[in-house]
Write a protein that binds this ligand. Structure first.
Ligand code: AIR
Length: 273
């Protein structure tokens, strides 16, 4: 196939950092392994390493609402890298290896456990809707919830018995997930407090690496956390996360940018360590 002069050559299914100039140093052609709602995973030369590309695409309510948040890929890649590195430093095993472009990071290949682990410190979202508890009520202790990661079923909340019934993880793995989730909550709550932000709730995903070790995977970003500005009391103005997109509150990009700036400031000032 000949290419016309001036035409940009792109390799279908190759990650953005390799297009339009495909690296000859790369022994095997990277291929798209999995495309999710917010990220794409590509293979690399090393079977134990994948490339995770962060998209600007935004979805909510199990993809019933779709849109784009300009620059989100870059912002979420930066925030995720900073937070996963911070958590590694606190002794939490994660899949993060290194950032290779503004929207791409190398991660350890893990087999994702099909559970969404949600931790809540303050009443909001589905907890408020399903219990009638008032939004903003501080919980006396953090709540850890397990959801079945299955888009066709709408990611249902699992009871303890259903969790056992489904055999999505062994009882030992479930208690490790619970333990990590609470530890991560302590570290992230402290981190965000130093940024003047309340960590209301968040969702985590974990996977098993080649040695069968549980590692924190996926992302930690305003897409997956509820983050409220401690300097604002107004229930709409304080929102600095994906709820701005979900509920059409406007200023979505500005909110994500605020989180990036405060997270980076905390990291560079060393306040987070
Ligand atoms: N979450 C759950 N599924 C996808 C995501 N991102 C996150 C939300 C929120 C927390 O989990 O962003 O931070 C709880 O969500 P909800 O809707 O159950 O209240």
């Amino acid at each position: 196939m000949s290419s016309r002069q001036g035409e940009v050559l792109t390799i279908p299914n190759a990650p953005p950092s390799l297009n339009p100039f495909f690296s000859l140093a790369c022994e095997s052609m990277p291929t798209k392994l999995y495309e999710g709602k917010a990220k794409i995973l590509y293979t690399t030369d090393d079977p134990e390493v994948l490339l995770s590309y962060f998209k600007d695409d935004a979805t909510a309510f199990n993809a019933q609402k779709r849109g784009t948040i300009t620059g989100k890929g870059e912002v979420n890649c930066t925030i995720t890298a900073a937070l996963l590195e911070y958590l590694e430093g606190q002794g939490i095993p994660t899949h993060y290896l290194e950032t290779v472009s503004p929207t791409e990071m190398r991660v350890r290949a893990v087999q994702i456990i099909p559970l969404e682990v949600v931790v809540r410190n303050v009443v909001a979202g589905s907890l408020a809707r399903q219990t009638g508890l008032p939004v903003g009520q501080v919980l006396s202790r953090p709540l850890v919830e397990f959801y079945y990661k299955n888009d066709d079923l709408g990611d249902p909340l699992l009871t303890g018995d259903r969790l056992q019934l489904m055999e999505l993880a062994t009882p030992e793995q479930v208690s490790t997930l619970q333990h990590y989730a609470l530890q991560i909550n302590q570290h992230l709550t402290a981190f965000f407090n130093r940024c003047g932000i309340t960590l209301v709730d968040f969702k985590l995903e974990f996977g098993l690496d080649a040695q069968n070790q549980i590692r924190l995977a996926d992302e930690i970003s305003p897409d997956t956390c509820r983050l409220w500005d401690q300097g604002e009391t107004d229930p709409e103005r304080r929102v600095l996360d994906k709820d701005r997109f979900r509920h059409d509150l406007g200023q979505v990009e500005a909110a994500y940018e605020t989180i990036r700036a405060r997270v980076l400031q905390a990291v560079t000032s060393g306040a987070a360590v």
